[in-house]
Design a protein. Sequence first.
Lengths: 226, 426
Amino acid sequence: MIKLTDITKVYGKGSNAFQALRDIDLEIGKGEFVAIMGASGSGKSTLMNILGVLDTPTSGQYFFNSESVEGFRDSKLADFRNMTVGFVFQRFNLLNNMSVFENVALPARYAGLRDIKSKVAESLGTVGIEDKQKNMANELSGGEMQRVAMARALIMSPSIIMADEPTGNLDSKTGVEIMELIAGLHRKGHTIILVTHDRYVANYADRILEIKDGVIVKDYERSKEL
Amino acid sequence: MKEVKRFLQNIRFSLQGLGSNKMTSFLTLLGIVIGIGSVIGLMSLGQGTQESIVSDLEDLGTDIVTISAGANMYDSPVMSENADEKDFNQGLQEKYSVVDESIKLTIDDYNFLGEEGIENVRDVSFTIISLQDIYLEDEESAESYSVVGTNTDLFDIYNFECESGSGFVQADIDEGNLVAVVGSEVLEEYVVGVGDVLNIGGVEFEVVGVLVEQEDSLLGSSPSVEIYIPFSVVDEIGGDSDSEILTRIILRVEDDGVLDQTILDIEERLMEFRDVEEMDFSIFSIQTLVDRVRSITETFTLLLTGIAAISLLVGGIGISNVMLITVSQRTREIGIRKAVGGRRSDILVQFLSEAVFLTLIGGVVGMGFGILIGDLAERFLGLSAVITLDSVILAVGISVGIGILFGILPANKASRLSPIEALRYE
């Protein structure tokens, strides 16, 4: 499904250049639950951003279903983020001055879907907060915000869910609830790519990639490691 | 179809954006409202003033042509050389005393024009004007008034009507009767009526008619303060008046649409008759004045509009500035929109639409503000204001144009943000 070859990412130029990723080769199959683990600044979020086409690599090849992403125009990249990937961020990234309904509906509006009301209700139902539709996003608790973000990620039924430190801003109890939801999505067939620094959170995944200084240093099945 | 739907969706996002940033939107609007309001208000005042002056002038009769002796007063040596020292009236007075005294309009010129049958000329009359001391019989204090010697055609040309009595008749001219028709404001405090005897320059005239009150003329004289007598008796009153020497010849044309050609015909024929190579008389028509006033007021309106347009420009720059700040403030929003599927074109349309909506709303509200300015100026300053469709379309069009022009830079900046950089923005 996903294949990266020799991916590098360099930020800045000249003496200020910083190499965030070095010669990454990676394949992720359909339906996998992959955790990318590493310390702060290791390059794990950069890798996820490239996988989600939020960012572009400095060099290397990214193939999605054998098609090179490099040649995608802006509109095709946008459609990829809209239909193929659903993002969940540590900081939730909701539009605070809009309602829960409008936040969840946003990808569907860009896609021009019909019957948005029932799709929003279904997504919010999946994450258990269908009664909050009319609330403004900034009126919610952290756990509720992350559920709204998950509902937004789900509304287009994407094949891949990418979550960057989804429990990072939550208390441990709410964090567990969110991870259970993500694990549930995996069971329903979604491919999950999870970025975390937390071993406990990473253990929800089937496959763990450990990354250090922009290089994947370990790639293993969780069950085998344990 | 899908793209149209997407476009409309982005318009909807832009309205949501404006709604959720009310204070910013309001302050931006204010600049445009003031700019458009000033443009429409000042244009309407300029237009209103023009129409008011032109209408006043046209009331004097655009079908009337006046010929007087000497070159045009605007070209006279007195007016040009001493313009900075003497005011207009002084210059005018001196002109008539300084110009070549030998140049005169005579009764022969009048007879020629009357008999020549120039195309489009309907009536011809003339005036012999002198300033005379006037007093009522039995009263001693005298006042000075213009006494106009003329024939009966003048009453037709100017449509004079009498509130009492009537104008003098051809028999009065033929028999040299000492009769007078007076303006309604002549010797106002004594209330001159038909049958009264007026002493004009030492000669007693019987009042046979009093004119209906006339509005003041913009040309500085008014029939209300003039006295009309048969030209045949002009020689009998004191002063320099001579029944052969005319102050003006007055003509009325059939169709004022071809006035220019008629004036050219008159010029040509009269020069031929007077046997001169250069014009030694001047021809004046209200229409000429109307054209000149139009040209002056149009320039004036343009100037006012230009000044107001500067405030509109400032408003436009304000929009650009606010939109740039908005893009910075909403960088994260742009990142989120891109992360969930917003294309570069979606962001461009959304932010550009916000600028256009601001200026469109500003244009419409500003139009109301401009109408209000005109209305207040009319009510409290006595100015006249006319709103034309042209000025409304122009102002709102310019406003929306400014929205596009000044909105494109920030909108383009927003659309080009990388999604991840926008999401990282603090």
